[in-house]
Write a protein that binds this ligand. Structure first.
Ligand SMILES: [Zn+2]
Length: 354
C-alpha cells in the first residue's frame, strides 16, 4: 500500500509517500481502508518535529496519523464478521482496560494508553489497523471526511465541555477560535444554549451563538465582558498563548473553570503565569483534559447517529501526497480548522487484506 513515511524527525519534507506492507488484521483488530485522516497540529506536527514528548514514543521509520475514517475491509479472530464492509470512524486511542484508571472508569488517564500514529503505525496510509473497540459505525449520509474530523475532535470536545460544567445561559471564552477542535466545540455548544466568545489572531466576526474577537486588541478584557454580557463561566483554552491568557483570566466569573487540552501558543510550548492567590480567592479551577474516555466516544457517535453534524464546509480535503505541504501550511497558519488527508484509492485487489 501507499503510505506517508517518516524516516527521520525534522522538517515537513521528511514526510515521503512510498510503498509499505499492507497491515493484516491481528486477533481482536480490524483493518480499515482509510477514506480520510485529520491532520493534528499537536499530535502530527509536534511528533514529526522530534521535539514533542510524543516523539519519544516513536520508533523510526514511522507512519503518522491518528483519528480517521474509512471502511472495514478485514477482521481478525474474535471480531464480528458483520463489521466488514461498514463505514466507520476510527478513534486513535486504545486503552489497556486493566490499569487502576481503566478499572475506575477514568480510562482517559490510562497508564498504558496507546495512540495510533504514535505507538503504532498510523493512518497516513491507504490502510490502517486498530482494535475493534476503536471503530464506530457512522450513518450512511455522513461524509467520511467529516467523520474523520469528528473523530479527531468530537469526543475530546465533548469531554472539555463536560469539564467546563456549562449551564444554559452561560458564556465561555474560546481562544484559537479558528482551530479544528474549537469549531467542533462551537457546533456542540449550540445544543446547550451557551454563548461562545472566540478569540483569534486572524479573523473576527459573528455567527449564531459565536462572537470572535481579535485576541490582540488592547481592550480585550472589556470586549469579552461586553460580548458575553458579564463574566464568562469558563474558558476552553487549547492555545495557551501567555499574553492572551493574562487578558481573559481576570474577567472570568468566580468559580470559573479553565480547561486545557492543547498548548500551541508558543513554539517551545507555552508557560502560563497563573496568579495562585486568585485560584483560591476566586474559587477558580484549572483543568487538564488529556483525551476522552471510551464511554464519551461511544456517546459522541450516538449524538452523530442522532443527527449532530459539523457546520457545512468546515473540512478541507488534501491528497495524502501533499502531507508535507499541508504540515507546512498549518505550521505557518495558512491552513486552519479541519484539514484531512485523502489517500489514493486502492484499486489493486491484491492490496486488500483477506
Ligand atoms: Zn488502562
Amino acid at each position: 500500500m501507499r503510505a506517508v513515511v517518516l524516516d527521520e524527525f525534522g522538517a515537513p519534507e521528511m514526510l515521503r509517500l512510498r510503498d509499505v506492507p499492507t497491515p493484516v488484521p491481528a486477533p481482536g483488530e480490524v483493518v480499515v481502508r482509510v477514506a480520510a485522516v485529520e491532520v493534528s497540529r499537536t499530535r502530527d506536527l509536534g511528533t514529526r518535529s522530534g521535539k514533542h514528548p510524543f516523539s519519544q514514543a516513536v520508533r523510526l521509520p514511522h507512519v503518522l496519523g491518528g483519528h480517521c475514517s474509512g471502511t472495514v475491509v478485514g477482521a481478525g479472530d474474535g471480531v464480528p464478521r458483520d463489521l466488514v464492509g461498514r463505514r466507520v470512524a476510527v478513534m486513535g486511542h486504545h486503552t489497556c482496560g486493566h490499569c487502576a484508571s481503566c478499572r475506575s472508569g477514568a480510562d482517559e488517564a490510562c497508564e498504558g494508553l496507546r495512540l495510533l500514529g504514535i505507538h503504532r503505525w498510523g493512518s497516513y496510509a491507504q490502510y490502517t489497523s486498530m482494535p475493534q473497540e476503536c471503530v464506530h459505525p457512522v450513518p450512511d449520509d455522513l461524509d467520511l471526511y467529516d467523520a474523520a474530523a469528528m473523530a479527531a475532535t468530537g469526543p475530546v470536545g465533548l469531554t472539555q465541555l463536560r469539564r467546563a460544567r456549562l449551564q444554559a445561559g452561560d458564556s465561555i471564552v474560546l481562544p484559537g477560535a479558528t482551530g479544528a477542535l474549537a469549531r467542533t466545540i462551537v457546533a456542540l455548544t449550540r445544543r446547550l444554549d451557551v454563548r461562545v466568545i472566540g478569540l483569534s489572531r486572524s479573523v473576527t466576526g459573528r455567527a449564531e451563538n459565536l462572537v470572535v474577537l481579535d485576541a490582540g486588541r488592547e481592550d480585550l478584557a472589556d470586549a469579552i465582558l461586553a460580548a458575553a454580557g458579564g463574566p464568562p463561566a469558563a474558558a476552553i483554552d487549547n492555545v495557551c498563548a501567555p499574553d492572551t491568557f493574562e487578558r481573559y483570566f481576570p474577567v472570568l466569573a468566580g468559580g470559573a473553570r479553565i480547561v486545557v487540552s492543547g498548548a500551541i501558543g508558543h513554539p517551545a510550548l507555552p508557560v502560563l503565569n497563573v496568579p495562585a492567590r486568585e485560584l483560591y480567592s476566586r474559587n477558580l479551577s484549572l483543568l487538564g483534559v488529556r483525551s476522552h474516555s471510551a464511554a464519551v466516544a461511544t456517546e459522541f457517535w450516538q449524538l452523530v447517529r442522532d443527527g449532530f453534524r459539523l457546520d457545512a464546509e468546515t473540512v478541507r480535503a488534501h491528497p495524502l501526497s501533499d502531507a508535507a505541504t499541508v504540515h507546512t501550511k498549518i505550521a505557518d497558519g495558512v491552513l486552519t480548522g479541519h484539514n484531512v488527508l485523502v489517500p489514493p484509492t486502492a484499486t489493486d485487489r491484491q492490496e486488500v487484506p483477506e
